[in-house]
Ligand binder design. Structure first.
Ligand code: ADP
Length: 691
């Protein structure tokens, strides 16, 4: 369309007379669109066009001069009918009426003093900008600058001329005008255009609200006719007012070229403006993110270290600087070896072999724990995570190491290790001690066994030596008591009877002691022989005939089966049975003593049950121990050694190869049990057997 501006014709419009309608038109200073010429006549594109229309429509035009703002106010109040050069906005649409075919298309552009350096919108930050008061530009420009986050100071002026003068005087930095005004006046005023253009707008005549004079439809229809005809007054006017400056200086082809170039320049400036804006935004974003990253790295609670192929430190964050005790300036460029890696820990300052190694097995290098060194020489343990930065050729460029201090943990671990070691030592020591004690104990035990055996042998032989004289005492006392050596008086009889009783008790005691000692010394051997069990029971009962008769006790014997033949040591079995039976008699005042013999597999079970005094439960476990005599009202009257049950258990278990047990109810009676193998092998048999 701009190109179309160049085609023009000088054909005027024809008058079409009707009723004369007076139309008041506002005029203000905005050359070349509308202005007052030096001769005082309203001039400009809008004036040409409205005059052309007025001629066709038969309107009588009256001009009212003032500023743009005044013109708008007048239009609002209905003091004028038309205001030229008004850009359409929805706000203005509420106040005024607009026709539809645009008179001109324009845009706003910023003009600054020549050499101001203002190229793009961001260059306007902090600048004072002159804007036409109440113009649409002011509004749009505010929106635009707000969108860019740019701070500017807006200074309003009533007309463009004043604005350009103020820019030229340096009172403001730039001014916003429409492109037509700029095109005509900027150069003269010593200003230059900037690439900042915005707000393309269509310009109209604005009429009083509701268009009471019905002017707008006429304007539209006349205007479209004018625009259709390239020879019309419309194009003539455009030519007159916009090419005036260059008309006589340049040939037409150059004008076309200039215009084309101008458009291209405009487009490229607009493009570069957008690009610059994008770059600026992107730069800001990058700067923010870099700032964030920097803060993160510097404030991290970890050591962040970078070092190059040569081993030189290229970066250490603040945390790391504080940790190792160096300032940034002190540590940068220093070799890691001798600075943070103790020289003794390293293979040397040439790290190339290490770098090659890292290249081959980067995963092994990724995490490691090292003993490192602070500036003051203190050693610390650091757990490192390493990231290798390579160039395109795959060579190691740099290593990024992130470390955390684990010295305390390491110390605790070491302490723990020490304790563990100490504990192990202690356990070992104790084990050795224990073993020694055990050996000692075994030795002592063996010694004790020896001593016990010796004691038993001693008692056995001593008892034998005691028994011989005791037999003499008992024998001869019996003879005297029987009166074989002459008469004895009552007192002598009584005393001799006591001697006899005591002698017998002593003999029984000695006999038991000898037997026990012999067993304990391993001196009693079983002599197995075959015999019927009832013979043993009968022999024992006949020994006790007298006390049974005296106490009036009943005896019951039952054998299952009736005839039982045993092969065992008869003498020792007899001792056991006699002991059980004599106890049953001794500790029963009345009732029945029952003997029950039963075969249980290859075992013979013999039970002696009485209806005597019974035994308290808590005493039962002590019964088969030596020298145990339980408390009872019979204790003083019944003689006993407290060795009977002990001996029975020894004989049953150690000689006859069986076992003993007891059940009892206190006050009701007891059952003593003996279980032995029916068939006892002689030692000689056992020796023969394996062959
Ligand atoms: P004693 O020579 O005293 O009878 P024993 O070793 O034969 O020694 O018995 C130990 C103790 O067991 C006895 O003193 C007695 O208190 C108790 N005793 C043994 N047999 C019986 C029984 N049949 N009834 C009640 N008490 C018994």
């Amino acid at each position: 369309m701009t190109v179309l501006l160049l085609f023009f014709s000088g054909i005027g419009a024809f008058p079409a007379r009707a009723d004369v309608l007076t139309v008041k038109v506002g005029v203000y200073e905005n050359a070349p669109k509308v202005f007052t010429s030096e001769s005082g006549k309203p001039s400009g594109i809008f004036i040409d066009i409205i005059e052309s229309i007025a001629k066709s429509e038969g309107w009588d035009l009256r001009y009212v001069a003032g500023t743009f703002a005044e013109g708008l106010d007048r239009l609002t109040r209905g003091e004028i009918d038309l205001m030229p050069d008004v850009a359409y906005t929805s706000d203005r649409d509420k106040l005024f009426a607009f026709h539809k075919v645009a008179v001109l298309s324009s845009w706003s552009q910023i003009y600054a003093a020549r050499g101001s350096g203002i190229r793009s919108i961001v260059d306007l930050n902090g600048k004072r900008i002159a804007v036409l008061e109440r113009s649409v530009q002011q509004e749009t420009f505010n929106r635009l600058t707000n969108g860019f986050g740019i701070q500017i100071t807006i200074i309003t002026a009533s007309d463009y001329k004043t604005m350009f003068e103020r820019v030229a005087r340096g009172e403001v930095d730039a001014a916003i005008t429409n492109r037509f005004y700029g095109l005509m006046h900027a150069k003269k005023a010593g200003l230059e255009d900037t690439a900042i253009i915005f707000e393309p707008s269509d310009l109209f005549f604005a009429a009083t609200r509701n268009d009471p004079k019905r002017l707008l439809n006429s304007i539209d229809s006349r205007l479209s006719d004018l625009k259709k005809d390239s020879q019309s007054e419309y194009y003539a006017s455009l030519k007159r007012w916009t090419s005036e400056e260059v008309r006589f200086k340049l040939p037409a082809w150059l004008q076309i070229l200039g215009l084309v170039l101008g458009i291209a320049l405009l487009l490229s400036l607009a493009g570069s403006f957008i690009l610059k804006h994008q770059v600026d935004t992107r730069t800001r974003e990058l700067r923010t993110s870099e700032q964030k990253y920097r803060e993160l790295v510097q404030n991290a609670n970890s050591i962040i270290l970078r070092w190059n192929r040569a081993g030189e430190i290229t970066f250490l964050n603040e945390f790391g600087q504080n940790f190792f005790g160096y300032s940034e300036a002190e540590i940068l460029g220093r070799h890691v070896v001798g600075t943070i890696v103790p020289e003794s820990e390293s293979t040397g300052r040439d790290l190339s072999p290490l770098m090659d190694e890292i290249c081959a097995r980067p995963e092994e290098f990724e995490n490691n724990i090292n003993e490192n060194m602070l500036r003051n020489g203190d050693r610390v343990w650091i757990s490192w995570t390493n990231k290798i930065v390579k160039n395109n050729a795959g060579q190691v460029l740099e290593i990024l190491s992130i470390g955390s201090d684990i010295t305390e943990r390491k110390q605790t671990e070491e302490e723990l290790d020490k304790h563990r070691l100490h504990l192990e030592e202690m356990v070992n020591e104790r084990t050795v001690e224990l073993k020694a004690k055990q050996t000692e104990l075994e030795a002592a035990n063996n010694k004790l066994k020896d001593l016990d055996r010796l004691k038993s042998m001693f008692i056995a032989s001593m008892s034998h030596e005691l028994r011989t004289p005791l037999n003499s005492i008992i024998g001869f006392t019996g003879i005297i008591l029987q009166g074989m050596t002459g008469e004895i008086n009552a007192e002598q009889r009584d005393q001799l009877q006591r001697v006899l009783k005591a002698g017998k008790h002593l003999l029984a005691l000695i006999t038991d002691v000898i037997d026990i000692s012999k067993i304990e010394a391993g001196k009693i051997e079983a002599y197995a022989e075959e015999f019927p069990l009832d013979s043993v029971i009968n022999d024992a009962l006949s020994e006790l005939k007298l006390p049974i008769k005296e106490k009036g006790l009943e005896i019951g014997v039952s054998m299952i089966p009736e005839k039982i033949i045993l092969k065992t040591d008869r003498k020792r079995l007899f001792q056991c049975v006699l002991n059980y039976l004599s106890n049953a008699v001794k500790y029963s005042e009345k009732g029945t003593i029952t003997i029950l013999a039963e075969e249980k597999g290859d075992k013979m079970q013999i039970k002696v049950t009485d209806t005597g005094i019974g035994i308290k439960e808590e005493d039962l476990s002590r019964l088969f121990q030596s020298f145990i005599r339980l408390d009872s009202n019979l204790r003083m009257t019944v003689s006993g050694t407290g060795l009977g049950l002990y001996l029975t258990k020894k004989l049953a278990t150690e000689v006859l190869g069986g076992e003993v047990s007891v059940t009892s109810t206190y006050g009701k009676g007891s059952t003593f049990m003996l279980s032995i193998p029916k068939n006892l092998r002689n030692k000689t048999d056992q020796e023969i057997l394996p062959q």
